[in-house]
Design a protein around this ligand. Structure first.
Ligand SMILES: [Zn+2]
Length: 432
């Protein structure tokens, strides 16, 4: 396996150099897959005649890899002797059967390097003290990735994971934490808790928050209300980061805060439409990732199920790597309502923009006419509630007219917050 740091500054090179290096790394990756992965030997062996002719342009002709392929033939994806595997993560499959993602020691080093680069991108240095409010256990690879990245950078990690609000608050005050990593809605909750306890988060030592699991921005890459609130409550900057267990590749915002940078030496990214064709120029579709330099379970053109878009214009930070937009939704959460395509996040954004909305969840059902039905359950502050404004906002943002059911706040909270998970569950898919 190659020396990971060899192309450390590749993102700052011109686009032509980036393409050349990526083409070479892609060819090496494909060669590795064909030689070592029994799945890819069979799947791609006959389809690739000459690896040296594969480039970033004709790469789109190579077949895609679906998650279900891993479910059907999990061990066929393992490209090393089982004795070389040092970490196994379980990820939920499409049929409910968990799939194993297997990492070698090299893969964990790559994970550390990948995350270190992401943290450097949003301005972290070895002087930072980083509070992790996400778990490292329960097969959560991201928690481990952040820890490895922080230590690789030389900063200090405080792994308080799913500790209580009070324990996080104490740590922030006593340890002079400068950065927090966590789920945005949890960081908001923590900030409000600290305000109530008279420990103003805005005057704490925290200057940055690296946010996971929920988008911070809309499709125009502008901060959503949650992001605006977080920056205000904490008097700190928010940076979004995106990754998945299977692809082991992170896309993290830089200090310019305008989309997650691809580390061009670590992955190739594409966006495809429903038919599998590559979409260009900011078109919205499914994210397809080919992580480069993976040893244990290499993947080629892996369909992530997540929906977003790519930005290719130069970034203020000086990097020339592509940037990934905010996650618009999950492919399987796509709703088709009377010809309009819609993702839950768009509904959340519309509801979050209304001050009188306190809590909500959405339900989607379908019937024989093949159009989905969207039902929004909301709790409102009755003093300020304006039904007309609610209807107008939904109509203008979503271009559909959902059914709205008013509920008590406590009822909704019981449904959306489970003790196990940090972020609320707001989407209930009841489609057949
Ligand atoms: Zn940038």
């Amino acid at each position: 396996m190659r020396n990971l740091s060899k192309y450390r500054n590749l993102a700052f090179e011109n686009k032509e150099t980036i393409k050349q290096v990526q083409t070479q790394l892609l060819q090496e990756h494909l060669m590795y897959c064909l030689n070592n992965s029994s799945f890819y030997k069979k799947y791609l062996g006959n389809r690739i005649e000459d690896i040296s002719k594969i480039n970033l342009k004709n790469f789109k002709n190579i077949p895609l890899t679906e998650k279900s392929f891993i479910e059907e033939n999990n061990n066929g994806f393992c490209a090393v002797d089982s004795s070389q595997i040092v970490d196994i993560v379980l990820s939920s499959g499409t049929t409910g059967q968990p799939i194993k993602i297997m990492y070698t020691e090299h893969d964990l080093k790559r994970l550390a390097y990948n995350e270190e680069k992401s943290f450097i991108g949003c301005g972290l240095t070895k002087d930072d003290i980083v509070l992790l409010t996400c778990t490292m256990d329960r097969c959560f690879i991201a928690g481990l990735a952040y820890f490895l990245g922080i230590t690789s950078l030389g900063a200090a990690a405080i792994r308080n994971g799913h500790g209580s609000l009070d324990s996080h608050s104490e740590i922030i005050q006593n340890m002079k934490t400068t950065v927090i990593v966590g789920v945005p809605s949890f960081l908001k909750k923590l900030g409000i808790y600290m305000q109530k306890e008279n420990k103003d988060p805005a005057s704490s030592s925290v200057t940055k928050m690296v946010c996971i699991g929920e988008p911070l921005r809309n499709e125009k890459v502008e901060l959503l209300d949650l992001g605006i609130e977080l920056e205000k409550i904490w008097n700190a900057k928010v940076y979004s980061t995106y990754a998945s267990s299977e692809t082991i590749t992170t896309f993290c915002e830089c200090e310019a805060q305008c989309g997650g940078h691809l580390h061009p030496d670590l992955a190739i990214i594409e966006i495809i439409d429903e038919q599998g064709n590559v979409i260009k120029d900011r078109g919205i579709g499914e994210i397809v990732v080919t992580p480069l330099g993976i040893e244990g379970m290499p993947l080629v053109r892996y369909k992530t199920d997540d929906i977003s878009f790519l930005m290719n214009e130069p970034c203020k930070c000086g990097r020339n790597s592509m940037r990934l937009g905010p996650i618009v939704g999950r492919k399987n959460q796509m709703m088709k309502i009377k010809g309009t395509t819609l993702y839950p996040q768009a509904v959340y954004n519309a509801l979050d923009s209304l001050n009188f909305v306190q809590e909500y969840y959405i339900e989607v059902t379908n019937d024989i006419d093949l159009s989905d039905n969207l039902i929004i359950h909301i709790a409102v502050n009755e003093q300020d509630f304006d039904l007309q404004l609610l209807q107008d906002r939904l109509q203008s943002r979503l271009r559909v007219k959902p059914n709205v059911i008013l509920e008590k706040k406590a009822v909704i909270k019981k449904i959306i917050y489970t003790q196990e998970i940090r972020k609320p569950i707001r989407f209930f898919d009841r489609r057949k």
